[in-house]
Design a binder for this molecule. Structure first.
Ligand SMILES: *Cc1c(COP(=O)(O)O)cnc(C)c1O
Length: 398
């Protein structure tokens, strides 16, 4: 295997799910968001691990993502968080994927295809209470819910909404959304409709707004070990999660150079003094962002060293200085939990995000497909049966 790899610790994923479970208490099930290949961690491994821990619903963004989970043997509910185009509907139903809907047209398309396949399509009515993305206006909830529940080829699996505001910076906006949403859910129920699972919360709402929990929460980021930006102080103590992914490589070349030696494309870096330059077989083609040129830091043998010069597609350089104990083929951590006995940590994906003008979501999922995922699998966990009850339960969470 090549030196550059993403080490995914599935024990940490379980611990994070348990931290979420502890925070939200019982009574609310967890839908683990595994879209975009579980934010780069590997959707199949993440879903299988979570399923073994009792989680029974998985959130995805495309029909193909759902099909991949089914082909891998995931038995739980799979929920597509978007609106498909008509061509995707046959696969969605064949793979028994539940899907968001928000208008009559899409509802009717699902009904027609379900009839063709002689089945009942599970749909969740998506209501736009302030995200401004997909979903019907709240006032249309009862009539669309009725249209679904009256059709024998459709099953109203649930009703849901989504929050755009960070809980800590604009909790009032989110609370207002919740109020509107619940008002119309009640109206819908009053008209005799069985509304199914009521759900709304993402990681951010889950951390800061308990009223958002309802029947199910849909966290992603938090389960992979990161906090949404703008989380209030003390969040990390309240819900202690750790990064699941360590992005690593190895030193593949070391060379002593004179003062004034240029390093990499554009010669943007010139050594000030005699120094030692190490080359790493990782670049922006692997998802190590080019914006980290002359800015990033990597961890080798418990010490941080700066990236020297521009990051190339497949390689980059590090200035080790003359006093270092780095050896050829030493392990390098580019980002991750990076826990080290000496107390020095590698940057995490949140710090990389800060340096590259993005959010941790994008940092982990950008680790490209040519980077093998190496799984540290669950050890000695007493896991419940697959197809669980939506809980990372007591047997799993100590
Ligand atoms: C991605 C997504 C989530 C999960 O968001 P996190 O911020 O990662 O917790 C939940 N719901 C919907 C509709 C999403 O698209």
């Amino acid at each position: 295997m090549r030196a550059t790899r993403a080490v995914i610790d599935l024990n940490i994923l379980i611990n994070n799910l348990c931290a979420v479970r502890k925070h939200i208490g019982r009574g609310t099930s967890i839908c683990l968001s595994v879209k975009a290949d579980a934010y780069g961690h590997g959707a199949v491994a993440a879903a299988k691990t979570a399923e073994a821990a009792g989680i029974n619903t998985f959130g995805i963004a495309t029909a193909e993502e759902g099909a991949e989970l089914r082909r891998a043997g995931i038995k739980g509910s799979i929920l597509l968080y978007g609106f498909p185009v008509p061509e995707e509907i046959p696969l969605i139903l064949k793979m028994k994927i539940g899907t968001f809907v928000g208008d009559e047209k899409l509802i009717d398309l699902f009904a027609a295809e379900a009839e063709r396949q002689n089945t009942a399509a599970v749909v969740h009515l998506k209501v736009d209470t302030g995200m401004g993305r997909i979903g019907c206006i709240p006032e249309d909830m009862p009539v669309l819910a009725a249209r679904i529940s009256e059709n024998k080829n459709l099953k109203l699996g649930g009703i849901c909404t989504h929050f755009p505001a960070s809980g800590s910076t604009d909790a009032d906006f989110t609370r207002e959304q919740i109020k509107i949403f619940k008002y119309w859910v009640n109206k819908t129920r009053e008209s005799g409709i069985t509304a199914g699972i009521i759900h709304a919360a993402n990681s951010d709402a889950l951390l800061s707004i308990p009223e958002s929990y309802m029947d199910m929460v849909r966290p992603g980021l938090l389960c992979y070990g990161y906090y949404p930006s703008g989380s209030s102080p003390g969040t990390a103590e309240k819900v202690p999660v750790k990064p699941v992914m360590d992005f690593k490589t190895k030193v593949i070349f070391i060379k002593k150079v004179k003062a004034g030696t240029p390093v990499s494309y554009g010669m943007t870096y010139r050594t000030k003094d005699e120094t030692v330059i190490a080359t790493l077989p990782v670049g922006y083609g692997d998802g190590y962002n080019r914006l980290l040129s002359n800015r990033g830091k990597v961890l080798i043998r418990g010490r941080l060293y700066p990236i020297a010069g521009r990051i190339c597609m497949d390689q980059c350089m590090v200035d080790l200085g003359v006093n270092n104990d780095v050896k050829l083929y030493d392990d390098v951590t580019l980002f991750g939990a990076g826990g080290n006995k000496g107390g020095v940590n590698a940057p995490d994906a949140a710090e990389i995000a800060e340096m590259t003008g993005t959010i941790p979501y994008e940092v982990t999922l950008r680790v490209s497909h040519r980077v093998p995922r190496v799984y540290v699998s669950m050890n000695k966990l007493k896991l419940s049966k697959p197809g669980g009850n939506g809980y990372a339960d007591n047997r799993t969470c100590k």
